[in-house]
Design a protein around this ligand. Structure first.
Ligand code: SF4
Length: 372
């Protein structure tokens, strides 16, 4: 009988390796519970390595529900690494809209370019070659190797770290126990269905071993889970220290010309929202800008009127509090990107900018969604 077992590999454990979970139970559960997802090959089907790679990068910091609706159009637009490598960065950022964390779009393009330059446009199948690609970290490289090429690799993302951290009752936060978690994951590597083991662990983390209330009673790993045995599985793995969020303040400017076009500018090529299109603004600063700072940052001397209300936008690490000033010009236009509302959808606008335009009542598609 084919049976793999997950060992307790936590540093300092007194009992030495011991079996705590079976791959058979995990795969049996997965065969029944697996979701049908656009990037996931059906049982018996060969996975498309490029589709797997794209989906894994999209899923890193975005929910399955969001990726589900955006994956297929993106892949239709860029069906191969060569297609993505040949596209401009603006095209890629525009196609990435709604997925957020645009750094990943840049990483994916760099990866596609390397696949074309080094591997003739074909995603390589072995782990060292995948690890050498720009934009692919250890998790994504392992995920592609396992899921697309059935290589013996078990990727550990946040969901899998939570599952394994509970199974071995890990006291440390996952970020401080990456090697322990990877070693635990590696004991589950299955020579016959490595891709399914990887996806089963991800699926278990998403559907059963949820962050706040894990559904232990239906979990295939329950009988071997130390966290469950403790009666407090949610305690594991340990939590990282909470960092204080930063606060920033800014005034944004909405300038309209006589033809009904509005002024935008492109953000710098590096840093937060790199390369995205935004409204001109004061610097984002620790204190609310005062009147001289607002005047100095305005794109033109005009009769600026404040649009009532304050908009709070939350990034992962900071809260940005914004006020919006609006004006119309009758003559000379300052340089920048001028676009009427019907053209907004052609710009790579982050959610932040869309929220400001909606706040001013000029976003043309009230129901459309954009990402950070
Ligand atoms: Fe998570 Fe509960 Fe399963 Fe343990 S038994 S892996 S805590 S769902």
């Amino acid at each position: 009988m084919r049976e793999r077992q997950l060992l307790n590999t936590e540093a300092g454990a007194e009992e030495g390796p011991r079996p705590v979970a079976s791959v058979i139970a995990l795969l049996t559960w997965y065969d029944k519970a697996r979701r049908k997802l656009p990037w996931r090959a059906l049982p018996g089907e060969a996975a498309d390595p490029w589709a797997v790679l794209v989906s894994e990068i999209m899923l890193q910091q975005t929910t399955v529900a969001t990726v589900r609706s955006r994956f297929t159009p993106f892949l239709q637009r860029f069906p191969t690494p060569s297609a993505l490598a040949a596209a401009s960065m603006d095209e890629v950022l525009h196609a990435w809209q709604g997925l957020g964390y645009y750094r990943r779009a840049r990483a994916l393009k760099a990866c596609a370019e390397a696949v074309v330059a080094i591997h003739g446009g074909v995603v390589p199948g072995d782990l060292p070659a995948l690890l050498d690609l720009p934009g692919l970290g250890p998790y994504t490289a392992r995920a592609v190797a396992a899921i697309a090429f059935n290589r013996m690799a078990v990727p550990v993302d946040a969901n899998v770290a939570r599952v394994l951290g509970r199974v071995i009752a890990l006291e440390l936060p996952p970020a401080r126990a990456a090697r322990t978690l990877q070693a635990a994951a590696d004991t589950l590597a299955d020579p016959i269905r490595p891709g399914d083991v990887a996806q089963a662990l991800m699926e278990l983390g998403a559907l059963v071993c949820s962050p706040k209330v894990p559904s232990c009673l239906i979990c295939p790993l329950q009988s071997d889970c130390r966290g469950f045995a403790s009666g407090e599985p949610e305690r594991y793995p340990g939590r990282p220290e909470v960092k204080e969020r930063g606060a920033r303040f800014a005034v944004m400017f909405l300038l309209e010309d006589p033809n009904g076009a509005f002024l935008f500018r492109q953000r710098p090529a590096t840093g937060l929202l790199a390369g995205m299109i935004e409204l001109p603004s004061t610097p984002w600063q620790a204190e609310p800008p005062d009147a001289p700072q607002v005047r100095d940052a305005a794109p033109i001397d005009a009769a600026w009127q404040e649009v009532p209300g304050e908009i709070l936008h939350q990034f992962t690490h900071l809260d940005l509090s914004m006020r919006l000033m609006r004006a119309r010009i009758t003559a000379s236009s300052p340089p920048g990107i001028w676009m009427p509302p019907e053209g907004f959808s052609t710009l790579a606008l982050p959610t932040l900018t869309v929220r400001l335009l909606r706040h001013a009542g000029i976003w043309p598609e009230a129901g459309s969604k954009r990402s950070r």
